[in-house]
Design a protein around this ligand. Structure first.
Ligand code: 13P
Ligand code: SF4
Length: 386
């Protein structure tokens, strides 16, 4: 057996160039740190070999914000909606999710009995999902019930939320949505009740509601740290959508000033922004679109067209490299990276695959049965709107 090399330190530490490559035998269950010593030029071959050894036992799902070195191994790439369909349709024994924690949780909720979901780095979380804590949401619901008829209140939760929030949504007759289908889900919700509690992304809720024709005055923000979310009872009674005060730290960085600047510097440019961007940016842009929507828009654009894109930088750079006859730039001149998506490194992927190859499951994501049951109701309501 090859000797195991274990080093301490953070998982992002790079080994010095002079360190000899460890002879780690595949699937020996060694700890992750050993994999930091695998030289970059050996990673690709080893990942490909580990994946080939697993064959049909593994499917790798990759979100568009993953780095190139990782996403190139994905069997399926997509936005949150597309990947949740892939997860619900997969048969492989192992689903390795190159994305963030809430995505792997959703895959675990949708998986078949025999399947196991793995997230290569458990630190790949989402700051937006963490902004709606289940205790806060339950307290919000109780407060709202004291001023409005709760039977007319439908919860709509963005995919970017914890399994506990999804379960709450399912239990209270609501649905999940993603940035690709938020308007269809809101339409569905308004057929079931008069008001929607939308969480955790304030901006996706407002941008979608406004584009469906709801005036801004009929949408109030719920701040979980204030009584009645910082609203008067009258304002809550008048509101059609109650927007949870949550946001994406990446998309929050785009500003209307950047839109104005890019239009000045690139006459004729089309600006396309993700609906997690704030309202003023969405209003100033020519188009809004989920990650999948952004890809489709640029894919179908004519050669020579110029695009400024308000979303995560790995997707923007990939679009720029893929469509060389179109000019694709980021709306933000400074790099807008999702640091938690970036946690999934090729080393993590290799570690997960080689361990699976020896029957050793690492970083399994497992949602308890009760949570799964109710969260599945909410996800199924969304998937039925296909
Ligand atoms: P979509 O993949 O639904 O476009 O969402 C983007 C995102 O922020 C994922 O975390
Ligand atoms: Fe969360 Fe934003 Fe990163 Fe998506 S891009 S995972 S919403 S922090």
């Amino acid at each position: 057996m090859g000797h195991l090399v274990s080093i301490s330190g953070s998982s992002t530490t790079k080994p010095p160039a002079t360190v000899r490559a460890p002879e780690i035998e595949p699937g020996v269950g060694c700890n992750f740190d050993s994999y930091l010593l695998v030289p970059d030029n050996a990673l690709d071959d080893r990942i490909a070999a580990a994946k080939a050894r697993l064959g049909e036992d593994v499917v790798i799902l990759g979100h568009h914000y993953q780095r190139d070195e990782v996403i190139k191994f994905a069997d399926f790439r997509g936005d949150s909606l597309k990947l949740s369909f892939q997860a619900s349709e997969a048969y492989a024994r192992y689903i390795v999710f190159c994305g963030v924690h809430f995505m792997a949780e959703s895959a675990d909720i949708l998986r078949r009995q025999h399947q196991i979901v793995v997230l290569p780095d458990l630190n790949a979380g989402c700051s937006m999902a963490d902004m709606a804590d289940i205790g806060q949401v339950e307290a919000c619901w109780n407060e709202l019930s004291s001023v409005v008829d709760a039977s007319q209140l439908i919860p709509v939760s963005y995919m970017n939320s914890t399994a506990a929030i999804k379960a709450f949504t399912g239990e209270y007759r609501g649905s999940i949505c993603t940035s690709s289908n938020a308007s269809a889900v809101l339409k569905w919700a308004f057929e079931k009740g008069e008001k929607v509690l939308f969480f955790p992304d304030e901006h996706l809720g407002r941008n979608t509601g406004y584009r469906m024709g709801l005036p801004l005055e009929e949408m109030v923000v719920w701040d979980p740290y204030q009584d009645l979310g910082g609203n008067t009872p009258q304002a809550v009674r008048k509101a059609r959508i109650i927007l949870w005060k949550g946001y994406c730290s990446v998309h929050q960085r785009f500003t209307p000033e950047q839109v104005a600047r890019v239009r000045r510097e690139h006459p004729g440019v089309r600006v396309i922004a993700h609906p997690e961007c704030r309202f003023e940016v969405a209003q100033a842009a020519d188009q809004i679109g989920s990650t999948e929507g952004i890809i489709k828009a640029i894919e179908s654009a004519p050669a020579g067209s110029e695009w400024a894109v308000g979303t995560e930088i790995h997707l923007v750079n990939r679009l720029s490299k893929t469509f060389r006859d179109r000019k694709v730039i980021s709306l933000d001149p400074n790099v807008c990276v999702c640091t938690t998506m970036f946690r999934i490194t090729p080393q993590h992927l290799l570690w997960a695959l080689e361990n699976l190859g020896s029957g050793n499951v690492v970083n399994r994501i497992s949602v308890d049965e009760r949570t799964r049951h109710y969260a599945r109701l909410a996800l199924d309501r969304m998937l039925a709107l296909r």
